[in-house]
Design a protein around this ligand. Structure first.
Ligand code: ZN
Length: 471
């Protein structure tokens, strides 16, 4: 890698997404990183907008696909994790603490809570609970990782999973697994502008070693054969229908069940990188421990169910890191911390400059009223190119609006809009009668991007902010 290749943390820092602890200047930032500690990403102002909008898109997306939305606590009694088996098998990856002589853990996974919720629904609503039962949470988990293994956003101790658990009858399981795959490619395309194809995605099926079932792989041979049969069929179907590559790893399943992982292959400045994203995992361990099989049989009669863990992006932090590196810090417009930068290009002539400033300030306030994140920069013809270079280097707003003497004279606004396919800005001029019309025209440009997301997740949350101090 050349010295000019930026890491995802450079981009995260430029965009004000995350405070970079190892930053040498300015001094204050280094202090912040020091006090927060390693492995716990501190999302900054820009990161706050990114996360809140993303959270809302994820909730809207899953809710529209029949997932029930929950939120579970970060800390819980270790009894829950004894029941789930984590205290026996996963203890070394967990943060454990003592509160008034009682043992608590910081949750390393959301599953035990989601299964508790399923069991409580079953107890309360009995046969009215609809199967497949799907429960979603953007759940923040913490895992102990040695400090030496931490790396930016890619390897952290605290992260958020777009996590769901599905209890499905065996008969629905193929449809369930296939629909999870479709959810993943839909989200990547509509929200992140990633068109999935055989070049950039493959699926990895991990199955048991048949000789070790009952020893290294827990559960019965029937369970493994059933679940692996489902994953085998669905993965072949994906391979054919979407022309996606597929690899099979024998003996590579988790001890609790077989799985499909979705692997992204991205070619960027730093070479080819593979990064694991979504996962679909069967589990034969937790349902036994939570007595789910028995409870289902008691209520639904002789019905076999599978318990499935799944995440579409995986860890949001890791996903963001990979995304920033590959797309050079160009976030989609709905998630970009700064969406529109207004450049007020002053001339030195008082009367003209008054109009330029008046229109620029009015435009900014109208855009804020519409819910956008905007910034206004006063500049001059001579410093304009340096100022633009600077915002391309830092906040990278998808839209830059220029207001100068020419624009004032023509009642126009010059826009430079980032095109995510050509990866270049395209210039467009809009004419207006008042700044009200100009703001409407800008709104319709952003709305076209929002519309794509709205189709899969409902109206996009607009969180307005005046971020003028960042450019
Ligand atoms: Zn899980």
């Amino acid at each position: 890698m050349g010295a000019s290749v930026k890491s995802h943390m450079d981009y995260a820092h430029e965009l004000d997404l995350v405070v970079r602890p190892e930053s040498s200047v300015p001094f204050l930032e280094r202090e912040l990183g020091y006090y927060v500690g390693s492995g716990f990403p501190l999302f900054s102002i820009g990161g706050g907008y990114f996360r809140h909008v993303l959270q809302q898109v994820l909730v809207g997306f899953h809710a529209r696909r029949g997932y029930l939305i929950v939120e579970t606590p970060i800390l819980a009694s270790s009894d829950l994790f004894k029941l789930s088996g984590h205290m026996d098998f996963y203890r070394k990856n967990m943060f454990v603490l003592d509160i008034e002589g009682k043992e608590y853990v910081v949750k390393p996974m959301n599953c035990p809570f989601h299964l508790l919720i399923f069991m409580s629904h079953l107890a309360r609503y009995r046969g009215k609970v609809k199967l497949p039962f799907k429960v979603f949470e953007a759940g923040r988990v913490h895992r102990y990782e040695p400090s030496g293994s931490l790396y930016g956003l890619l390897r952290v101790r605290g992260f958020t999973q777009d996590d769901a658990h599905i209890v499905t009858p065996e008969s629905d399981s193929r449809d369930v697994v296939f629909s999870v795959y479709e959810e993943m490619i839909t989200l990547l395309d509509s929200l992140f502008n990633i068109k999935v194809n055989s070049e950039n995605l493959y699926i990895r099926l991990s199955v048991s070693d048949k000789n070790l079932i009952g020893r290294e792989f827990m559960g019965t041979v029937e369970e493994w054969e059933g679940a692996e049969g489902v994953l085998e069929k669905v993965s072949r179907h994906i391979e054919e229908a979407y022309k996606i590559r597929r690899s099979v790893g024998v003996g590579e399943a988790a001890f609790y069940g077989p799985k499909i992982d979705l692997m992204m292959v991205l070619k960027g400045e730093g070479g080819v990188k593979e990064w694991q994203m979504g996962t679909i995992q069967f589990d034969f361990n937790l349902p036994r421990r939570f007595k789910i099989y028995d409870a289902v049989k008691e209520i639904y009669g002789d019905l076999n169910v599978y318990v499935i863990h799944r995440a579409l992006l995986g860890s949001i932090e890791r996903f963001l890191g990979g995304y920033l590196e590959h797309f050079k810090g160009r976030l989609p417009v709905v998630l970009a911390p700064l969406q529109i930068a207004i450049m007020a290009i002053k001339t030195g002539e008082r009367e003209v400059d008054e109009v330029i400033m008046d229109r620029s300030i009015t435009l900014k306030s109208k855009l804020l009223e519409k819910g956008f994140r905007v910034a206004l920069k006063e500049t001059t013809k001579t410093s304009l190119s340096g100022d633009v270079r600077n915002i391309e280097y830092t906040m990278k707003p998808p839209i830059i609006a220029y207001m100068g003497a020419r624009e004032v004279q023509r009642n126009s606004l010059t826009l430079a809009i980032f095109n995510y396919e050509s990866f270049k800005r395209e210039t467009e001029t809009i004419n207006y009668e008042s700044m009200h019309n100009a703001a409407d025209a800008l709104e319709s440009i952003v709305a076209a991007w929002e519309e794509k997301v709205a189709k899969i997740a409902g109206p996009v949350l607009r969180i307005p902010a005046d971020l003028s101090h960042t450019i």
